[in-house]
Write a protein of this length. Structure first.
Length: 205
């Protein structure tokens, strides 16, 4: 897994008239609600940036009107079931933008923003084993990721990925889960069973 990576280059300029993004050289739309939610939440938390040597000064107010251009490159299949959206929203939707805009919140709070892009993205901000806390607030503000142990905890653990088809899947993860909720009589039972026993097991890894 260490060889699988997703890299991002972010640029900001007063000359940009809208947010744009390219994935492996191909432009993709940022009009979807998940992207816009992440951008809006990060901009709301932006802080002043000043670098006298480079002559850069951006105020918190400036970020409201500045647009970003993002170039993303990954070396594993996109939308093929290998959590590219989780990696993407964790890296773009939160971590990289937060660094760019000098957001001061820790990964726990940032994970609540990443979750709005992709549920699994909130866990991708940390390495190792991570628990996604359900939370109790209706607005989801306390549904965050909590690290359990780091990636060195279980050295003998090996993950093997056999890519038998790298084509983009016909049904997105979000659509697939929505259909499962609407049609599976066993999903509610599975959710209750995992909530009672699965998280308890993770706590003792």
């Amino acid at each position: 897994m260490a060889d699988e990576s997703q890299k991002w280059v972010l640029m900001v300029s007063p000359a940009f008239n809208k947010d744009r993004m390219w994935l492996n050289g191909k432009e993709i739309s940022l009009s979807g609600g998940r992207y816009q939610n992440c951008l809006r939440e990060i901009r709301a938390r932006a802080n002043d940036i000043e670098d006298e040597k480079k002559g850069i000064k951006i105020t918190k107010k400036d970020w409201e009107n500045l647009h970003v251009h993002v170039a993303s490159y990954n070396n594993f299949p996109t939308a093929a079931g290998l959590a590219s959206s989780a990696a993407g929203f964790a890296c773009l939707g939160v971590y990289s933008l937060a660094k760019l805009m000098n957001v001061q919140e820790d990964n726990g709070r940032l994970s609540a923003i990443a979750r709005q892009g992709s549920g699994s993205a909130c866990r991708s901000l940390y390495g190792g084993f991570v628990k996604w806390v359900m939370g109790k607030e209706e607005n989801g503000s306390d549904s965050i990721a909590v690290p359990l142990v780091d990636e060195k905890h279980w050295d003998e653990l090996v993950i093997i990925i056999a890519v038998v088809c790298s084509r983009q899947k016909e049904t997105s993860s979000t659509s697939g889960m929505r259909e499962t909720v609407e049609t599976s009589a066993l999903l509610e039972h599975r959710a209750k069973l995992f909530h009672l026993s699965g998280l308890w097991t993770l706590d003792y890894i």
